[in-house]
Design a protein. Structure first.
Length: 153
């Protein structure tokens, strides 16, 4: 059975360890190997720098972490015509290859989306890979024609 929990890596070292494990698995799936101690150090600094704007969820099967997703909450500056609004950027959705196509990514996205609704976010956005577009479309995401991009690198 799949369970999805919100992680608190800034407060719980065990939650940071889950992020390290899953991020290392993501990298290994792409042929990237490295020092886990250094990855943990870097992730700890990154998580701390993100502050309360970044939220994380992990999926587990029989207490083994098998997937993760994160949400960055952006707060728009208020002006005279409208109050401050907030939207979320979905990132780092990952499921271990051996357990894909079992509803884990859907469960992660459901938990994230419910949280976003509960928090009153205006919208969620993401930058999908070509392969993931049908998955996100099945969840109700659509192309965002209003955005523009200036590549800096």
């Amino acid at each position: 059975m799949v369970t999805v929990d919100r992680l608190q890596p800034r407060r719980d070292p065990a939650d940071l360890d889950v992020l390290v494990e899953l991020r290392a698995a993501w990298a290994a799936d792409r042929g990237r190997e490295g020092d886990l101690v250094e990855l943990r150090r870097q992730l700890a600094g990154w998580v701390a720098a993100q502050g309360e704007s970044r939220r994380f969820w992990a999926a587990s099967i029989d207490d083994e972490p098998v997937g993760m997703v994160s949400l960055f909450v952006y707060s728009r500056m208020p002006d005279l015509a409208r109050p401050q609004g907030r939207w979320g950027y979905v990132a780092q959705l990952y499921v271990r290859p051996r357990v894909r196509r079992q509803g884990i990514a859907v469960a992660l996205m459901k938990a994230l989306t419910e949280h976003a609704r509960d928090e009153g976010l205006d919208r969620l956005v993401l930058h999908p890979s070509e392969m993931s577009v049908p998955f996100y479309a099945s969840l109700g995401y659509r192309p965002a024609d209003e955005l523009m991009l200036l590549p800096l690198r």
